[in-house]
Design a protein around this ligand. Structure first.
Ligand SMILES: [Ca+2]
Ligand SMILES: [Ca+2]
Ligand SMILES: [Ca+2]
Length: 279
């Protein structure tokens, strides 16, 4: 049993309401649930993320298995889809090479979840390299129109830590595709890929995915998984002292530390994308 599965199982046992097993949607795609809420894209894990289901991206889809495991969660609000990709337990960072060939992640969207077998206007891939010194280390795949349209429609905060790294991401999905209905019950086609290099060569060592273990999603969006936009988590309304546990033991909401945010290196990319990296 892989470590992340153990962690996930333990977490489910502790917070049963926050974890649901992946299920298969009517279209045969694996499904994850996104809770309704609005996190701050700052690399600090907001308390509300604890209420979101944990998913993995551990299927080796290319290269040699380095044992890298990833947990990710999703959230949504009236405008955006949010992703917390943590923890990618890859501490051997090699940044050189093009996106998709060095450490980092790729996000695959089929916004209207119509499962095309070729990329259409509502499908797109964002490839995010892991290189703080080159915040524009991002590339896009999909139709020319979709690639042009997704530029500037997302924010990324990347944080390196002792376990590896994490990404906190917001995607303005209804700006990318105005036909998307950001409402409970909507299903978004989605997949995630984690890339890694283990040495200084030009090729990546491994790539891992969630729904697509066959490495065909780059040309076939029908293999993406599904994200179901679900309800907001039920929160305890009992008053709690600032930072103190609530009456039932739940942590009181903690506002993101503005000082940390201010200290982070925030770089506006020419296209309007903001990528932040903190150590
Ligand atoms: Ca946050
Ligand atoms: Ca689908
Ligand atoms: Ca690596």
């Amino acid at each position: 049993m892989k470590k992340n599965l153990v962690l996930s199982t333990v977490l489910c046992a502790l917070v049963a309401s926050a974890c649901t097993a992946n299920v298969m949607a009517a279209d045969g795609n694996i499904t994850a649930e996104a809770i309704k809420g609005t996190p701050v894209i700052d690399g600090v894990v907001d308390d509300i993320w604890a209420s979101a289901s944990t998913n993995t991206a551990n299927a080796l889809k290319d290269g040699t298995d380095e044992g890298i495991t990833t947990q990710w969660k999703a959230m949504w609000d009236d405008d955006k889809l949010y992703l917390l990709i943590a923890v990618v337990n890859d501490t051997a960072h090699f940044f050189n090479g093009a996106q998709s060939w060095g450490d980092g992640c790729e996000l695959y969207f089929d916004a209207l979840n119509n499962d095309p077998t070729d990329y259409t206007s509502d499908d797109g891939v964002v490839q995010i390299g892991w290189d703080a010194e080159t915040p524009t280390d991002t590339a896009y795949k999909g139709t020319d129109a979709a690639q042009a349209n997704i530029v500037g429609k997302y924010q990324v905060c990347a944080v390196e830590n002792a376990d590896g790294y994490l990404y906190e991401i917001a995607v303005d999905l209804d700006a990318f595709c105005p036909d998307v209905v950001m409402a409970e019950g909507t299903v978004i086609g989605f997949d995630i890929q984690i890339n890694s290099k283990s040495d200084d060569s030009e090729s990546r060592t491994s790539a891992y995915g969630w729904a697509d273990a066959a490495n065909v999603g780059w040309q076939d969006p029908s293999v993406f998984g599904d994200i179901l936009l679900a309800a907001a988590p039920v929160v305890d309304e009992a008053p709690a002292e600032d930072g103190a546990p609530a009456a039932d033991g739940a942590e009181a909401p903690v506002t993101a530390d503005a000082g940390i945010v201010a200290a982070a290196a925030v770089m506006a990319m020419a296209a309007g994308v903001v990528l932040t990296k903190k150590k």
